[in-house]
Design a protein around this ligand. Structure first.
Ligand SMILES: NC(=O)c1ccc[n+]([C@@H]2O[C@H](COP(=O)([O-])OP(=O)(O)OC[C@H]3O[C@@H](n4cnc5c(N)ncnc54)[C@H](OP(=O)(O)O)[C@@H]3O)[C@@H](O)[C@H]2O)c1
Length: 361
């Protein structure tokens, strides 16, 4: 892959790239990040994308066969057990999916000389630090989810595989259930919302995570043998920070600016303390991740969190307009978002309709 002569046009290439592309095996293709990775990784080479039906992380040993059969240059793992509260009562499954399965992927990556890209979380930290967390800060997860994700990281590091462990936070996307979509829907139904105001972090778009991953892989390819020095753990999140309360207010202001009809506007989002809305899993009060190492290593600059949040709202509004033939009603924006299908966290949106819905975001 690094001969410097293009195998197609036979000309010398400025980057040393020989035009053969990467063989990339993606796990978790149907999740928020996995879905965006299908788009962002496609131009890098030959992409094979697997979902739960093709590769069940609850049975980690079964993951070896598809890897050996495909012979990837890069394995990207976007699959995870992300139901944070549910994990408290289902620790064995969360452990298999978040800890044992990534360990198996890493062993296979080491065996075939592939890179492993794996996503982790702000929940490996306890949130007690005052400033933003750097990669070397001590982990101290507060929940089963956080502990299993932390063990997954450790198994990857111990495997000897070249890897990028990318810790991110507060993920949202147009696809799947998340805090942003839940807030927009609830604001159509209720006169006011109570939202946690003492947990801090950066909402990060799945599209941003996927694009940054693709650019990092592009850098690794161009770096040739020197890429090995880039193997490690990085924080990958949008710039800036807010609280869940500030995030909700921003979403509603942006939706109103785009013509949404809401019962609750930004001023109707009432701040509450996390301790007043106990959930099965404890969450860090500070989820801020310092991204300087990722930016410096891969020559990238993380945009402010509002950039991709505003893009999400614009996209949902435009989809709603299309569906409603011009009527700018926000309830037309979410045709598939029923009270029973979304998975936002009860601790973050303390309203009865959100009970039992506990995805990390
Ligand atoms: N969501 C967040 O706020 C957040 C924050 C920080 C870090 N992260 C990390 O970012 C990564 C991506 O998260 P995401 O938001 O994209 O999560 P997501 O939307 O919940 O997607 C997770 C994917 O994992 C798949 N999965 C779950 N159990 C599986 C199993 N037993 N076998 C195979 N596949 C299984 C799911 O399959 P189905 O589609 O079939 O359910 C889903 O496609 C994860 O590593 C997560 O820990 C997420």
């Amino acid at each position: 892959m690094q001969s410097g002569i293009c195998r197609l046009c036979k000309r010398r290439t400025p980057t040393g790239y020989d035009g053969s592309g990467m063989k990339i095996l993606l796990f978790g293709k149907d999740g928020q990040v996995g879905w965006e990775l299908q788009r962002a990784l496609a131009p890098l080479g030959s992409l094979r994308a697997l979902g739960r039906a093709d590769a069940d992380f609850a049975h980690p040993e079964t993951l070896r066969a598809p890897i050996a059969a495909f012979g990837p240059d890069v394995i990207v793992n976007a699959a995870a057990y992300t139901a944070v509260d549910k994990a408290e009562g289902d620790a064995a499954t969360a452990h298999r999916v978040n800890a044992l399965a990534p360990g198996v992927l890493a062993e296979e990556a080491a065996a075939c000389g592939a890179w492993l890209v794996h996503y982790s979380t702000d929940y490996v930290f306890d949130g007690a630090k005052e400033g933003a967390y750097v990669e070397g800060d001590a982990t101290n997860p507060l929940s089963v989810y956080g502990r299993t994700k932390c063990e997954g990281e450790e198994r990857i590091r111990a495997s000897g595989a070249r890897h990028l462990i990318l810790r991110t936070s507060w993920v949202f996307s147009a696809r799947g259930g998340n805090f942003a979509k839940t807030i927009l829907r609830l604001a159509q139904e209720r006169d006011s919302l109570q939202v946690v105001a003492d947990q801090h972090g950066a909402p990060t778009g799945a599209d941003l995570i996927a694009d940054a991953t693709a650019l990092a892989l592009h850098s690794l390819r161009d770096a040739g043998p020197a890429a090995r020095a880039l193997s490690g753990t990085y924080h990958l999140a949008a710039a800036g920070a807010t609280t869940w309360h500030g995030y909700a207010q921003h979403l509603l202001a942006e939706a109103l600016a785009r013509g949404a009809e809401l019962k609750a506007g930004p001023e109707s989002v009432l701040p509450v303390l996390a301790r007043d809305w106990p959930a099965p899993a404890a969450r860090p009060r500070n989820s801020r991740l310092d991204t300087h190492l990722f930016e410096a290593s891969f020559g990238l600059q993380m945009p402010d969190w509002r950039a991709h949040v505003d893009r999400l709202v614009a996209g949902l509004a435009s989809a709603g307009r299309d569906e409603a033939h011009g009527a700018q009603r926000i309830d037309r924006v979410f045709p598939s978002c029923s009270p029973y299908s979304h998975k936002a966290t009860q601790a973050i949106i303390p309203v009865p309709m959100a009970r039992g819905a506990d995805k990390q975001s």
